[in-house]
Design a protein around this ligand. Structure first.
Ligand SMILES: Cc1ncc(COP(=O)(O)O)c(C=O)c1O
Length: 492
């Protein structure tokens, strides 16, 4: 059996055909050390083993090693073997000819129109933790010990099923746990067969776009809205139609005959993202009847409704009417942690079977053990306790931050607050450049998102989204003072 290194060296030796074999072998190893293919500090195989794997004489390999040793690329440690150096010999880099991958430049020019559009509208930030990154929960509070115990229990009774491709929309245990949870927590009535477990909300939207929309079909998207969902729809050829949001949520436009009806209506009724508006009952009913009239699907993104700090919980839109044309999407990204990459979709029965087949065909799901662990975590009540604990923590952080905003900027800065979720919107006067303000704060290590960047049309409101979930309470004031200093600089 050959090692990966000898497979690699054999493939490289083909490209070095000049000179004696020991010299060619030396050159292949040297180049691999220089370009990082063979990592600093890694152990090279003994000459005898490598010679056997390469079907060469041991003298050939020893001569190549001796040369590398003499030049300082490798060193030997008595009794433990031969290792790649951590410090490159002087002038080593100058001796490799720059190799420009021939296709690298062309690829940039050859992205599709949709790909180029995506690259021009990306929103993902390199910062996913700390004051005041919106949308990121306190991942440091995750109960790892409990989780590990559930995991170990599963591993002790492991079955081949747990390790192969998942089928039919994910683990039936997790689907059932969600049926029970959603009935109580969100008034969503469904059976396990209606649920598909997805790797994030983005995957759920991707599946919906591919399976329910033809290229050129329209989706109504809240204005302002989360860029991620827009991007997934757009790259699937769905036309985005921004629809204004007011304090009662999405405000459907008057339809004209020349205006094609939407195929999808994407909404965040429990806590509009990013403004925080809660969709009124009247609007919910209007939306459902419009969807029925147009033959459209309402996509209900219920991304952070577990976190409401006052008032009654608001049942999901999906629960309002039996047989409602609603696809409900929930996620564990905000309640547990985003890196878990587990979200779920509740589909109307008429779509569910075929959508599960399509999901398995397109994404070949996996992570069955994680899904089983999560099912047990929910069924044993740990999920509900974790949410309860996090609600208290976030409520304290939210209160601390809103107090500071009220104290320094007055009630106008919190006029759109709905007392829910993991972020709040700090409204700013129109003359403030919120993009420049967010950039300046970022340079000082405080990460916020400008409200205006969530809009597609020119009617942009100014403000900052401040996430309070991933900031320790005692770090809130110092970070907020940095923001105030940046704001004061804009005023001058
Ligand atoms: C509006 C909205 N929906 C959904 C999500 C969650 O997506 P996912 O489940 O892929 O983590 C986010 C995350 O920021 C969001 O802001």
């Amino acid at each position: 059996m050959r090692s990966l290194l000898s497979d690699f060296l054999l493939s490289q030796l083909g490209a070095h055909t000049e000179g004696p074999m020991h010299r060619r072998l030396y050159e292949c190893i040297r180049l691999a050390i220089l370009d990082g293919g063979i990592r600093p500090g890694s152990r090279l195989p003994p000459t005898r083993d490598l010679a056997k794997e390469l079907s060469r004489s041991r003298n050939t390999v020893s001569a190549a090693y001796d040369q590398l040793l003499a030049e300082g690329y490798i060193f030997t440690r008595a009794g433990s073997g031969t290792f790649v150096t951590d410090h490159m010999p002087d002038g080593a880099m100058a001796r490799i000819e720059p190799v420009l991958p021939a296709c690298a430049r062309r690829a940039v020019e050859e992205f599709s129109h949709r790909g180029s559009h995506l690259l021009a509208h990306t929103g993902a930030s390199p910062h996913q933790w700390g004051a005041f990154m919106p949308g990121v929960p306190d991942v440091s509070s995750f109960p790892h010990n409990l989780w590990r115990r559930i995991h170990s229990r599963l591993i002790r009774r492991i079955k081949p099923d747990y390790l192969t491709y998942s089928r039919m929309g994910g683990s039936p245990e997790l689907q059932q746990a969600l049926v029970d949870y959603l009935r109580v927590a969100r008034s969503v009535n469904c059976v396990a067969e209606q649920i598909i477990i997805t790797e994030g909300t983005h995957q759920a939207i991707d599946l919906l776009a591919k399976m329910l929309c033809n290229v050129g079909d329209r989706a109504w998207i809240e204005e302002p809205s989360y860029w991620g969902i827009r991007n997934v729809l757009a790259i699937n050829g769905v036309e985005i139609e921004p629809v204004a949001v007011d304090s009662s949520g999405l405000n459907p436009p008057e339809m004209h005959s020349e205006n094609p009806p939407p195929r999808l209506i994407c909404v965040t009724p429990s806590h509009q993202y990013p403004t925080g508006a809660v969709m009124s009952l009247q609007r919910r009913q209007l939306l459902l009847s419009l969807a029925q009239e147009y033959g459209a699907w309402v996509v209900e993104d219920d991304y952070d409704s577990e976190f409401r700090f006052s008032g009654n919980p608001i049942p999901a839109l999906q629960s309002l009417m039996p047989g409602a044309p609603v696809i409900y999407i929930g996620t564990f990204s905000k309640t547990l942690y985003p890196g878990l990459r587990i979200s779920y979709m509740v589909l109307p029965m008429a779509l569910a079977g075929e959508m599960r087949r399509a999901h398995s065909e397109l994404y070949r799901g996996g992570h069955w053990i994680t899904q089983l662990a999560l099912a047990q975590f929910i069924a044993e009540g740990h999920y509900a306790s974790h949410i309860r604990r996090m609600r208290l923590l976030y409520a304290r952080r939210r209160t601390a931050l809103s107090r500071l905003i009220l104290l320094y900027l007055g009630p106008d800065a919190l006029r759109d607050d709905s007392n829910a979720g993991l972020h709040l919107v700090m409204s700013l006067p129109d003359e403030i450049d919120d993009v420049a303000l967010a950039r300046a704060a970022g340079e000082m290590g405080v990460y916020v998102r400008p409200l205006s960047s969530y809009y597609l049309t020119a009617r942009r409101k100014k403000g900052l989204l401040l996430g309070y979930a991933c900031v320790e309470e005692n770090a809130i004031e110092p970070a907020f003072k940095v923001l105030l200093a940046c704001l004061a600089r804009q005023h001058h």
